[in-house]
Every structure is written in C-alpha cells, then in structure tokens.
Design a protein around this ligand. Structure first.
Ligand SMILES: Nc1nc2c(c(CN[C@H]3C=C[C@H](O)[C@@H]3O)cn2[C@@H]2O[C@H](COP(=O)(O)O)[C@@H](O)[C@H]2O)c(=O)[nH]1
Length: 306
C-alpha cells in the first residue's frame, strides 16, 4: 500500500492542525521495543468463524459496513460484528449475493437487533447492495473467489477491492494532492489474516504492506499517548463534540498523520530492537487500548469510510 504510505507522509509534512511528535514516538517505541503487547484478533469473541468461505463472506459484509457508529451513543462495532454473526448462525444464506442486493433498512436493523434507525442507514443498505451486485457479476457471488484471485497478496486484494467496489474507495484531495487511506479495504485483509491465523484465506506474503486503519479511535489514542498534537482550534472542535466535515483539512490530517506516525513507530522499533513488528499488530494494540478507555474523546465525522 505504497500509495497510502506515501500520501499520508505528504500530509504529515504539510499539516496545519496536527503535528506528529517524534519525541512522543521515541518514548512509546522505547516502552514497546522489548515486549510488544500482542492482542489476539477477536479478543472480544464477537466474530463468526467456521474456517471456510462463509467466514470470508461474513468478513467482507462486516467490513463493507464497518463505519460510523458514534452518532448513536449505544451503538458500537461489537453490535455489528455480533449481529451479523448471529444472523449467519441462524441462516447460512443470509449473506448470499442475491440476498445482499435485496436488504432494506428495516431488515438490516432486524439483523442487528437494533431498535431504531442506524446511523447512515441508507448508505449501509446501498453498500450491501453494491457488494452483492459486484460479487455476483465478477466473483461468482463469493468473497472467497475475490480473495483466491489475489494469490496471497494483501496489496493486490486491496487494489482489487477498490477497483471493483466504489464504496471502498477511501481517498480524498488535500491541498491539491490525492490522498489514499483505504481503511475498510485494508482492514478486510487484516481481518482475514487475523481470523485465519495467517493460513488458508488469511495467508498473505506481503502482510507488512498494510498500514494502520485510519478510524476515529486510533488518532485519539495517539493523541492521548503524546504521539499526535493538535492545534488549539482542533482540540476545541473535538472537545466540544463538534462535527468535523469529511474531507476537511482537519479530518484528513487526523487520519493521515495517524498512518504516518504508526509507520514511523514501526521503523523505530525495528531500528532499536531489530524486531519486525507489523502495522496491523500496532493498530490492534492501539485500537483495543482505545475502546477500553471510554473517556477518550474522538473526532466526529459523518463518513462511510470509517
Ligand atoms: N483502527 C482500527 N479501527 C477499528 C478496528 C475495528 C475492529 N477490528 C476487529 C479486528 C480484530 C479485533 O478483534 C477487532 O474486533 C473497528 N474499528 C473502527 O473503530 C471504530 C468503532 O469504534 P466504536 O464506535 O467504539 O465501536 C470505527 O471507526 C470502526 O471502523 C480495528 O481493529 N482497528
């Protein structure tokens, strides 16, 4: 994902509202270099797993809908992962490509056992339709075929997904430059790798090419740990829970500087200890830290990308 890495670095070096603090990275890398905390994928025990192609279909639908939970104070990623899991356990064909194309908002709500409209519900339904349609048109209806066609390359998988499924094209223009973040496409590759423990559908020869997943939790963790620093106007926006526009300079900087900071941390840990840590592993550690910290204040952007 060289384009994610390079464009995020460009943002970090032209940033107006967010600063990546190299001494903060240095301190964090120092505490982590001897024992990098390992977090198990699915430490929460909320995901569907049967070691086969249905798990791949589940993860693809999950990551097609893996965005913007915060507008509903009680909704979280857990509700999505466990709701889709239960739906599949009750009905193995719940996410067949033809069924995906027919979901309505109220039906999706029923699947997730959610008593009121979901945030960005129309968009969620539209993206389910898109996934079903394109899987049927190009991959025999199966996300497993999409994965098989990538010949164990995570970066090929991300490219193929972003070519075929417009909803995964998480990119923007910042100060005249095209910036790629590809959060949901990359997290799908990482979820396969984590769920299948690097084997079968989760075997990738280039898992190190994946960057962290620029969401709204990890930037807040990095700020808390002294790795990111915000301008006072951005701090005020976040502290007052004000919405930050999708594609605004502030929003792009929060996400891209997070990608850049995690890449820098990974390089530094390697230089200090000789250990090759993956951005995916750093991400999961930072994210799990963040969701266990309810007082953490994150930025609020209405977005289908994260
Ligand atoms: N960077 C990063 N962001 C992640 C995840 C995950 C879940 N990954 C699974 C993979 C293995 C584990 O066992 C996890 O279950 C969700 N998110 C993002 O968080 C936000 C939701 O927050 P809240 O509203 O509090 O539920 C939302 O933007 C969502 O897209 C991750 O791993 N990394």
């Amino acid at each position: 994902m060289e384009e994610v890495r390079a464009s995020s670095a460009w943002v970090a070096s032209h940033s107006s509202h967010v600063t990546v603090d190299s001494s903060g990275i240095e301190k964090l890398a120092e505490t982590m270099k001897d024992s990098i905390p390992k977090v198990e994928w699915d430490f929460e025990g909320i995901h569907y797993f049967d070691n086969g192609p249905l798990t791949v279909q589940y993860l693809f639908v999950l990551d097609a809908l893996n965005f913007c939970f915060w507008p509903d104070k009680e909704l979280s990623y857990d509700n999505l992962a466990s709701g889709l899991k239960e739906a599949l356990q009750t009905d193995k064909s719940a996410f067949d490509a033809d069924r995906l194309q027919k979901y309505t908002g109220p039906e999706l709500r029923k699947v997730l056992k959610w008593p009121r409209p979901l945030p960005l519900e129309d968009e969620r339904v539209r993206l389910m339709h898109e996934v079903g349609f394109e899987l049927e048109r190009s991959f025999e209806g199966k996300a497993s075929k999409l994965v098989e066609s990538c010949e164990k390359s995570a970066s090929k998988l991300v490219s193929l997904i972003t070519c075929h499924f417009p909803g995964f094209r998480d990119h923007t223009v910042y100060k005249g430059h095209q910036i790629f973040l590809y959060k949901r496409a990359q997290i799908f590759a990482a979820d396969l790798w984590g769920a299948f423990n690097g084997r079968g559908y989760g075997e990738f020869n280039d898992i190190e090419s994946i960057t962290m997943f620029a969401d709204y939790i990890v930037p807040a963790v990095l700020q808390q740990l002294g790795v990111l620093r915000y301008s006072s106007s951005l701090s005020n926006l976040i502290e007052s829970n004000s919405e930050i526009g999708s594609g605004s300079e502030e929003e792009v900087e929060l996400r891209a500087c997070s990608v850049y900071a995690v890449e820098e941390m990974r390089d530094l840990i390697h230089r200090k200890s000789g250990k090759k840590v993956l951005s995916v592993e750093l991400d999961l550690w930072l994210w799990s830290f963040g969701i266990q910290c309810p007082s953490l204040q994150h930025h609020r952007t209405l977005s289908i990308y994260y």
